[in-house]
Ligand binder design. Sequence first.
Ligand code: DGJ
Length: 730
Amino acid sequence: MTILFDQERSLFHLQAKDTSYVIHVLEKGYVAHLYWGKKIRGTQLNRLLELKPRASFSPSDASSDYKLTLDALPQEYPGYGRGDSRYPAFHAQLPNGSTISDFRYAGHRIVQGKPGLPGLPATYTESEDEAQTLELTLKDELTGLTAVLSYTAFEQHNAITRSVRFVNEGSGVLELKSALSMSLDLPNDEFDMLQLSGAWARERYVHKRKLVPGMQSVESRRGSSSHMQNPFIALLSDGATEDHGDVYGVNLVYSGSFTAGVEVDQFHTARLFIGINPFDFNWRLEPGEQFQTPEAVLVHSEHGLGGMSRSFHDLYRTRLTRGAFRDKTRPILVNNWEGTYFDFNAEKIEGIARSGKELGIELFVLDDGWFGKRDSDNSSLGDWFVHSKKLPNGLEDLVSRVKAMDMEFGLWFEPEMISPDSELYRAHPDWCLHVENRSRTESRNQLILDVSREDVQEYIVKVVSGILASAPITYVKWDMNRNMTEIGSALLPAERQRETAHRYMLGLYHVLERITSAFPHILFESCSGGGGRFDPGMLFYMPQTWTSDNTDAVSRLKIQYGTSLVYPISSMGAHVSEVPNHQVGRSPSLETRGNVALSGNFGYELDLTKISEEEKETMKEQVALYKEVRHLVQFGDFYRLLSPFEGNETAWMFVSKDQSEAFVVFVSVLQEPNAKLNRFRLKGLDAKRDYKLQGTESVYGGDELMYAGLATPQFHGDFASKVYHFHAIG
Ligand code: DGJ
């Protein structure tokens, strides 16, 4: 039983693997949040509700009872206008123009397993005994607005998921101005808020700040989850670190504009929330209509950030990503983008693929520029037919030549886009997001298809499926290279224009579901100018994401470290590219470029026909090493050892689930003369077992490696690195 219902006390106690989450329905029907944290047995948990009399500036609907003011009640899904002046979880407008609502408990049911979210990505169960779901119904009697709050507790994962389904059971039209996926009130504000923020080529840097009174939030208004903010925040209790202390992480399974934040109120409580960004959002609910919010994933860890990350990784690797590649090791690839950009022909591509084969690489990926008349980024998006000058014998011929080398073939698409200079645009100028009579803002010379439209969805499914069916393609890179402007749809009436951005996401998810399920043998990797849409929504359809357009090994330390806070290593694409690096001009050694890239889904992204014999030998060794360790990297437990945000050295490691094998990566950025003799400690090993370091005769105790650590390697030269592969003996 993962959800206990104490009828006498009107209490729901959700128990995930090591987590408890407690909800209490008060006599008046208000739904209070009592606890989220380390698992407790739970006897009389209503004791956890502590109410203090508050002054009359916090109104109470029972004037005799100043203790019960909504302004101080810890709540599960607070509304607006009846005494709680904190940030509401939803905001609805009634036919009379009022935006006041009053949700009270109206019933509940507990079901085995986890019902899916219609049209939206979400975590799932494979059998009904893996989880239980509580559906708690709240109703505003005056208007008929109903919200069904769903909570799933996973038996084998430290995760509670939440989402909300609104139903208009009234007789008038209602408008949702805001509909967050979750909200809860923590009893105090003694936390740091951690966020993953950045920019193109600098994604998901770790930022932390102490909570202060008022609002602190991160949000995207870009129509995608974005490079700038990730739909994730964590609260770290006072003193919590990488390995110790309570950490509370929330992540939104959504790829569009979002908000995530904390409001600290006058009584020092902290309201934590995440959901679709209410900014420029409005959803009309006719009588009988429903609105489903995306899912929020809540992870508590008492073992610091590391424990939180491993819980997210396990859940996402096994119960968010899907398809044939969920549990399969991922191929080593070579992508031609940084090697050729738009300047290639069939011979060049065959040459790169053949050189890749000699190194042991398993998959060749043809990037941008193979279609229409695309010789630069100023045309042809939408014209998904082969570029006859570059590939005169067609795509099928090229694919079969690469396949004949015993290499798999992958292809790049950017299906959500349209170039003004394209046959598609000349035929359908109204198919892009736009607003009547306003000029259309271009970005990288392109506009965005209005994927909220069914005819556009059909077009994308048809053209992409046609190409995938035309040749034995086994990998797709699905790119998306701009953010939204003039968010409007030619097909929606005025009163529904502000639904466009969310309808776009629903349309996109529909398209992705159709294409990925029709081609289950294809490995899909999502991309948005690198990591501009690195979120769990995309991972539901495509198990991996191109982490960043920045392929510099030193920059990647921070990018991959930050990304690993939430997302599994098996979701991160990481490639060795040429030096000087195209994005930052830095020149780390091939060895270090390899060691950083093999800490993800490994590949190369350079012109392999131009490398020296010496480089070839090093690459062969890298490829062979990755084949040896990829089961650890992609499916093992990940431990961060030294943070690139805190010092000159970065280290992380991967440990097999049975603790019999471990792979450690250590990188030192700048050398310091006469540096101190440091040691760095490993994690996650079995203290009682001995481990042999591969390539040596040295045997170390697991306890020695974890408590005394390894001597920090000494290097001569900057951007140096070393890897260690341990096997348990006996
Ligand atoms: C952006 C991607 O992140 C790159 O890897 C590459 O595919 C380009 N787009 C191609 O236009």
